[in-house]
Ligand binder design. Structure first.
Ligand code: NAI
Length: 331
């Protein structure tokens, strides 16, 4: 069989980590015939809990799982890693200023960048999940210069999947028949979920979602707001943030990146901007991408109307501000 791939999950004792590691060990991220070794990192305060997760993984007797490391040592965690899913971070607590949260995360991502740069496999592919996801990825990219910047991404697939879900509910269509929504920008409430180019597979063939919905007011208003606010609505309902859908989206992101997107469809990923669609180069911004042979590329040439342009720029502006704030935390 294939040689195992070593996958790092940081923050593995947290709620997303708990949902994510069994998915990885069942082949949902790298494929059903790909053995894995999972490295789990968390902080000292969570060491017991992390060890408990390791015991449960062993008790699940998963055939693809060829090894588990549970550690609080960043170097041990990063060693030989080919896929890294960065879920660990400092949460925003009540009464904390944005700057304080940013400052904590900037120092975590600077340290993790250095360890990945020195100890991970040179072709390691990185997905940042922890918030502020785009800016954490930006910091990681800046402080791990040995990792190609194309290999550093952040998660907006959850927002993308939420957008698919909203359209499928609206049209009472199977979610797998809906494709090519786009989430532009930051994984924050300034993100712009865009259904302009989305299509739905129907008995009469592929149709534009926009034509089927025939309600531009809904698409520009409620649809956008629902996707933007879904995370908050889930916190209200569960008294905890989304974890299973976030873990599932992380698997989708990595699987499509490594194994490719289906012909004729794209997905949303936070990637380093090359200046496409007028988004400042170097920002980590969510774009529509297709993936082949382990490489993503931004879908070019989509027509952007005035409404979309404005929303895309608002999110870019917020990311520029986050970047400035992150840099101010470094000094
Ligand atoms: P959680 O608080 O349950 O877990 C986070 C874990 O990270 C904790 O176990 C904590 O000890 C650990 N951690 C903290 N500092 C660390 C460090 N320096 N090194 C290693 N581990 C460290 O949080 P949850 O719900 O699992 O969410 C994790 C992150 O993902 C949060 O930042 C959350 O905002 C973000 N998130 C992002 C989504 C996205 O779509 N991009 C969706 C949902 C959550």
């Amino acid at each position: 069989g294939k040689d195992p791939v070593t996958v790092l999950v940081t923050g593995a004792a947290g709620q997303i980590g708990y949902a994510l590691v069994p998915m990885i060990a069942r082949g949902e991220m790298l494929g059903p015939d790909q053995p894995v070794i999972i490295h789990m990192l968390d902080i000292e305060a969570a060491a017991d809990s992390l060890n408990g997760v390791k015991m449960e993984l062993i008790d699940a007797a998963l055939p693809l799982l060829k090894g588990v490391v549970a550690t609080t040592d960043v170097v041990e965690a990063c060693s030989g890693v080919e896929v890294a899913v960065m879920v660990g971070g400092f949460p925003r607590k009540e009464g904390m200023e944005r700057k304080d949260v940013m400052s904590k995360n900037v120092s975590i991502y600077k340290a993790h960048a250095a360890a990945l740069g020195q100890h991970a496999a040179p072709h390691c592919k990185v997905l940042v999940v922890a918030n502020p996801a785009n800016t954490n990825a930006l910091i990681l990219k800046e402080f791990a210069p040995s990792i190609p910047e194309k290999n550093i991404t952040c998660l907006t697939r959850l927002d993308h999947n939420r957008a698919l879900g909203q359209i499928s509910e609206k049209l009472d269509a199977d979610v797998s028949d809906v494709k090519n929504v786009i989430v532009w920008g930051n994984h924050s409430s300034s993100q712009y979920p865009d259904a302009t180019h989305a299509t739905v597979n129907t008995v009469a063939g592929e149709k534009s979602a926009r034509e089927l919905i025939a309600d531009d007011k809904w698409l520009k208003g409620e649809f956008v707001a629902r996707v933007q606010e879904r995370g908050a609505v889930i916190i209200k309902a569960r008294k905890m943030s989304s974890a299973l859908s976030a873990a599932s989206a992380a698997c989708d992101h990595m699987r499509d990146w490594l194994l490719g997107t289906p012909k004729g469809s794209w997905v949303s990923m936070g990637v380093c901007s090359d200046g496409s669609y007028g988004i400042p180069a170097g920002l980590v911004y969510s774009f529509p991408v297709t993936c082949h042979n382990g490489q993503w590329s931004i879908v070019k040439g989509l027509k952007i109307d005035e409404f979309s342009r404005e929303k895309m720029d608002i999110s870019a502006k917020e990311l520029m501000e986050e970047k400035t704030l992150a840099y101010s935390c470094l000094n």
